[in-house]
Design a protein around this ligand. Structure first.
Ligand code: PBG
Length: 325
């Protein structure tokens, strides 16, 4: 390689067209998945206080929002449901007339081309707020698998395009894959939340999804933030069990994890730019302390540069406006 003064790195930065030509990473509309929350009721859209611009939609307003996503050419949405009532086993999670099942049918009916992904977990549906069946004060792994399988099948029956288990139980990808295949859903991909950390960045989401644990925390099933080799083992297991897309979550404090997963396994990688990451940018921007557009695009580009093929982000609609601007 040349050195200074024959090599002057600034030459290729001297104007925008040169910068465009040598730019290594491009954030595109094709990379985006927009998460949405759905509640019972009619004609409501309740803004989530810690997530400005994000709403708890009733099924009818959700359909309008889904049409908007399709018009913006965003490839897909991932849905989270807030049930009418909660119980120890999260029954509404796998009820065929549950809130998610209604929402999926309504969107697929009105906007068939928009990909509808469903988050498979029990924490929004259980009265204790944990992601599985509780016995002896902790979530029981294997009994929870049966419920996650029921939930996945009911999402598939409703018309979900992609099943995304986020519970972090051991063996759930294999159990769900087997059940989908046995029931004629062998073509539905699984996007596994494979490296999902026990993170404080989920705070605003738990307000949005009304899913905060009522006792303890999620550290006996979600991953310990300092670990990366363990994330690679989780990803390896999920690939073995049949996952099609492997997710790292959160994104920004875990860019190294995204990079390791992408370089060590040649698989499609998703990264979840979670609620707390969104809230921090929004709050600072509202105070006039940072420029929202520039900061959000810089952060999302860093997630792509780390190796993510797709990003779940509450900024998705804004990104389209910014890119098209
Ligand atoms: C459900 C789930 C959570 C998120 C996605 N799926 C919350 C949690 O695990 O407590 C968080 C998403 C976000 O913060 O944006 N288990």
């Amino acid at each position: 390689m040349h050195t200074f003064p024959t090599y002057r790195p600034r030459r290729l930065r001297s104007n925008e067209n040169l910068r465009r030509l040598v730019r290594e990473t491009a954030l595109s509309i094709d990379d985006l998945i927009y998460p949405m929350f759905v509640v019972h009721g009619h004609n409501t859209a309740i803004e989530i206080s810690a997530m400005p611009g994000c709403y708890q939609y009733s099924v009818d307003t959700l359909v309008t929002a889904a049409k908007e996503l399709a018009a913006l050419k965003i490839p897909g949405t991932i849905l989270f449901g807030i049930p009418a009532s909660k119980d120890p086993l999260g029954t509404e999670a796998y009820a065929d007339d549950g809130i998610i099942q209604q929402a999926v049918r309504a969107i697929k009916d009105a906007v068939p081309d928009l990909l509808v992904m469903t988050d498979v977990c029990l924490c929004e549906y259980t009265d204790h707020g944990h992601c599985g069946v509780i016995e002896d004060g902790d979530v029981q792994n294997d009994p929870t698998l049966e419920l996650l399988v029921k939930e996945s099948l009911s999402h598939a029956r409703a018309g979900a395009d992609v099943i995304a288990p986020s519970d972090m139980m051991d063996g759930r990808v294999g159990a769900i894959r087997e059940a989908l295949d046995e029931n004629g859903y062998e073509n539905i991909p699984i996007m596994a939340y494979s490296a999902k950390y026990a993170s404080a960045f989920y705070g605003p989401f738990r307000e949005a999804a009304e899913s905060a644990p009522q006792f303890g925390d999620r550290r006996s099933y979600q991953m310990d933030p300092p670990n990366v080799e363990e994330a690679l083992r989780e990803v390896a297991l999920d690939i073995e069990e049949g996952a099609d897309i492997l997710m790292v979550k959160p994104a920004l404090a875990y860019l190294d994890v995204i990079q390791r997963v992408k370089t060590e396994f040649q698989v499609p990688v998703a990264a979840y730019n979670v609620s707390g990451e969104y809230a921090m940018v929004k709050a600072a921007a509202q105070n006039g302390w940072i420029n929202e557009e520039r900061v959000a695009l810089e952060l999302l580009t860093s997630i792509k540069r780390a190796g993510a093929d797709m990003i779940l982000t509450y900024f998705a609609k804004s990104v389209v406006e910014w890119i098209n601007d």
